[in-house]
Design a protein around this ligand. Sequence first.
Ligand SMILES: *Cc1c(COP(=O)(O)O)cnc(C)c1O
Length: 373
Amino acid sequence: MIAPRVEIDLGKITQNARCLVRRLGARGISVTGVTKAVCGHPDVAQAMLGGGVAGLADARVRNVTRMRAAGIACPISMIRAPMVHETRDVIRCCDASYNTETGTILKLGSVARKEGTEHHVVLNVEMGDLRDGIMPEDLNDVALLVVATPGVALKGIAANFACMGDVAPTAWDMAKLSRLADQVEGACGSNVALVSGGGSANLAWALGDGATGRINSLRLGEAILLGIDPVSGLPINGLHTDAFALFAEVIEARPKPSSMPMRPSAPKYGKLELVSNGDQRHRAVLAIGQQDTDVSGLRFPSGFGCIGATSDHTIVDTGRADLSVGSEMKIGMSYSALMRAMSAPDVEKVVRHGLPVNGTVTDTGPQSLLRLV
Ligand SMILES: *Cc1c(COP(=O)(O)O)cnc(C)c1O
């Protein structure tokens, strides 16, 4: 089979989505499936929808267009603020967009009017991640502007956590977001229907014991796709962590010393020659590199370790194992490795339909952070 490739088990993605939808539903929180890490791959989007997510969200218009072209008709939100030059495309293919800038909101309104439609605006609030977000003290004014602008309607407010910083949201943050929703309603007399508390980093809070207040939605990418809590990096109990696997082909396999003799170039070192200490290790060179994935986010089979990577090669210490040229290595991926592999043109994407072979989810044991079942 062609390599490098990502193999995608759609059944596991559906099961992950279903599990999260069920657990969060019991807490009054709906799930929006975030497709940006898979570049809006339509089969993955459909697998999320099959698990019952209320809608989809992506950060790039191109990905949304790809899903629309594949016939996906559910509500889709742009979770990155639209660029001014793409407002028309956003109006045409997205039901809503997340915004922080009044200039962009006015442009969305005027383009929506020209297109004969109304576009939903969600206002992103800055709550400590220091990426994009309206400062809480400015939120009322921006909300009033949205309400007063024909062509756009205020749909809700949203917060981001653990994207730029490693700041995980607390119950205090969530209570503050709830209060902001009340405050905006008081100021502009318009219903704030959506209060989106954040992404997968918020699951520990959302599935905890505390009151959820007005938070009624989460936008989940990593938890659905990889079953991982982004804050701790730990697997989430009850979810599949192996819906995706990367396969790369071995193009060289041989023992090499762990360090090379120093080759002096300057004449004054001419009499010095360091020789190999005889510490020979088996290595494999894989035909995949930084251009295809985030090599630092790869998980190699146990006993193997990554020595390094260049744009097109990855070097793996295979210990005592002498692999054969032409064989494949199955590799696990972090979210950033997945994101890069899914967007790399030279990495094939192969989807597998149907339920996982044994139909059960892996119990990750006592180290897991979140207990879902
Ligand atoms: C990527 C992203 C998400 C999803 O984050 P996960 O950690 O993958 O759940 C949610 N909201 C916004 C604005 C994002 O950019």
